[in-house]
Design a protein around this ligand. Structure first.
Ligand SMILES: Cc1cc2nc3c(=O)[nH]c(=O)nc-3n(C[C@H](O)[C@H](O)[C@H](O)COP(=O)(O)OP(=O)(O)OC[C@H]3O[C@@H](n4cnc5c(N)ncnc54)[C@H](O)[C@@H]3O)c2cc1C
Length: 310
């Protein structure tokens, strides 16, 4: 890739930021666009006006790849992450990991790319407030959204259609500090497939309530995916109270969230799809597997591929 290559990265989750970081460190002009209010995608931390914080997306990041482990070890040394429960978490929240990766980079948030066209002068990205030109595009968004952006006629649509996801309904609950706390994490089924005392993770001190994150299993999540958030919270919070042995008056906060594309069920089986003629590369966790480290590996592989081009 020529030294002056202008790269647009669409998607500021771990995959996009990993690729962007490697390209920026190699001297390329990189701009990252994310439709979210902040960066990080599913490495997310929700803050409430009442001073609560919840990791409502990824819970704990396993790092079986030595390269990913080395990155997270560095983040631990720099105070952006900590070891917890056989993996890593961001501190003071999971979103700190993508924030640390993005430091010093050109990142546009609230920037949803809705049209992506290639012409004689390269790529043209458009969207709300976006009118951007680039030589190379890195598309690092969930596979179904990548398919929509590329359009029905694109050669990558068929391989992207093979990728399958599991949904996740998540409830963030705040309980009186005096309520029972019988465990830190619990694995079950149905609505209570994963229950974590989020506030017990490192760096979460000083919150007025005990914070819990509950994630339902894929079957429960798909069955209830269309229910309004308030109904989801009303359905799941009492089950949490029963599990903890807590009383209804212990519950002061219960808000639901829905992740339609939570975890990869069927991966592509290769780290990315690339079209070197137009300068397009598409990747994500979905290329390799269900965990954040698969997104990291895809992002690294995309950057290596682009940097190896003449
Ligand atoms: C409920 C849940 C629990 C999980 N638990 C774990 C866990 O415990 N451990 C683990 O390792 N992993 C877990 N994961 C998976 C992990 O979060 C993902 O593997 C990882 O975050 C994927 O990163 P990514 O960058 O590939 O995708 P994403 O994080 O989805 O990033 C994609 C980004 O693209 C943006 N975007 C999409 N379309 C556009 C557009 N048109 N224009 C601009 N921006 C766009 C989005 O806003 C988003 O920020 C969990 C995920 C969920 C949802």
């Amino acid at each position: 890739m020529g030294e002056q290559g202008r790269v647009a990265v669409i998607g500021g989750g771990l995959t996009g930021l990993t690729c962007a970081r490697a390209l920026a460190d190699a001297g390329h002009a990189v701009a990252v666009f994310d439709k979210g209010r902040g960066i990080g995608g599913r490495l997310a931390t929700r803050r409430t006006e009442g001073g609560l914080r919840f990791d409502h997306g990824a819970q704990v990041l396993p790092a079986t790849d030595p390269g990913f482990a080395a990155l997270l070890d560095t983040m631990v040394c720099d105070g952006h992450a900590a070891e917890w429960n056989d993996g890593f978490v961001g501190t003071p929240g999971m979103a700190q990991i993508p924030r640390a990766l993005a430091q010093g980079m050109d990142v546009y948030t609230g920037a949803m790319v809705t049209a992506l066209d290639h012409g004689p002068t390269g790529w043209h990205l458009r969207g709300t407030g976006i009118d951007h030109h680039a030589d190379t595009v890195v598309l690092a968004i969930p596979a179904p959204q990548a398919r929509d952006l590329l359009g029905a006629g694109h050669a990558f649509v068929a391989p992207l259609a093979q990728v399958r996801y599991q949904a996740s309904i998540t409830v963030m609950a705040g309980l009186d500090p005096e309520a029972p706390r019988p465990f830190v994490t619990h694995r079950g089924t149905g609505a209570l497939a994963w229950v974590a005392q989020d506030g017990a993770k490192p760096g979460r001190d000083g919150q007025p309530l005990t914070t819990w994150v509950v994630q339902a299993d894929p079957d429960f999540s798909m069955t209830h995916i269309d229910l309004p958030f308030a109904e989801l919270a009303d359905l799941i919070a009492p089950q949490l109270l029963d599990l903890l042995g807590a009383r209804p008056d212990h519950l002061h906060h219960a808000v639901a969230h829905r992740w339609l594309y939570a975890l990869t069920e069927t991966a592509l089986g290769q780290p990315f799809l690339a079209d070197d003629t137009t300068g397009l590369i598409v990747g994500g966790d979905w290329a390799l597997g269900p965990h954040a480290e698969h997104g990291w590996a895809s992002g690294r592989a995309m950057a290596a591929h682009l940097l190896a081009r003449p």
